[in-house]
Design a protein around this ligand. Sequence first.
Ligand code: LLP
Length: 409
Amino acid sequence: MSAALDDTLLEQLAREYGTPLYVLDLDHVRSQARRLRGFDRVRYAQKANPGIALLRALRAEGLHVDATSAGELLRAERAGFSGTEIELTADVFSPETLAAAAALKVRANLGSADQLEPYAATGLPDCTLRINPGFGSGHDAKVTTGGAHSKHGIWYEELERVCQRAEACGLIVSGLHLHIGSGADLANLERMVESMGELLARAPSSVGRISAGGGLPVPYRLGEPEFPVERYASTWRAARERWQADLGRPLELEVEPGRYLVARAGVLLTSVLATKSTPGHDWVLVDAGFNTLARPMLYGAYHRLRALGRDGEPCTPRMVAGPLCEAADVLTQDKGGLPAPQPLPAVQPGDLLILHDTGAYGISMASTYNGFPLPAEVLVEGGVPRLVRRRQTVEELLAQEDSAFDQVR
Ligand code: LLP
């Protein structure tokens, strides 16, 4: 966790804005962005955390942004991005998404050949092709986006056929993109370099941009090694130099991380509401559930837990669970839902817990299940906190049905 988010500040924020509360340290995000300077271009995958204030700050750092939907395109626009600063990566277009891309003149990164004709019909001149290189890697099978079991991308053997189809509808293929999964390992990430070389040799000469996608892992457990990002960037750069020499044209090298930029910049604060025991387990029930942080329930993901301001007290393994009426609503679980208790002191209702490294895929995957409104978010910059997303109200939740529910008798 970043030093700026000390326990005193976090406690103040929890008292002021209530819990569950996400807090993100912008200075930590910026320092992660600077570590990626070995690439020509860093395109932030906003699905990790799409806060508009965060997007604005990343734009000021010189980053570009990736979007998946009309919603994310409009967020990017709201944050000040325009034109080629934004790229739309999707395997399908909803009519709203395609219309938004056309209106904002945003290039698309196509993951299915059937997107070519509708995209060409917008009049946008060029596209990127997202290729499935035939292998994938991720922290969980559910986030592995390469190989025959993945729906993502254009199968690598089809490259020539898809390029011909693009040409037939007047589209220039200006870029190639690979993204094999999230939280991938270094060996597989480096294996992508080889794939890109093979693809470039078969691609039309209009290709002037290559993207290594995202997927860079971060350590979630204490003592886990840092991802060797300089080594990774220099492997790509060296290959890019060779390909430029072979092909006789410049190639812009892009990377598209989400998690790497924001995961460890964020924490989630939650209040203890009750404690109880069952044979073999001590339970701590808190106000954040899988509606607030879905990762443990979805992937058995580990997020280090601590009781705020209670470091040094004797700890025993405790299960921490949320407020939802569903057995899966446990924050301390392994893959398959197996219990994975964490050491905590004897906390009481009213105490605050902190879930570490929740800056990526935390608030962006939150839901309103069981009628709980979406949480608030605070951005800290230079030690100064600002509320950048107020807590949703129950009234706002109900409003979607306001003019509709009374039509049914
Ligand atoms: N580019 C594309 C096309 C992607 O689909 C993604 C992530 C990224 C970049 C960024 O990947 P990252 O650098 O953050 O690993 N909800 C899961 C992660 C799903 C990732 C989806 N796509 C989790 O909580 O671990």
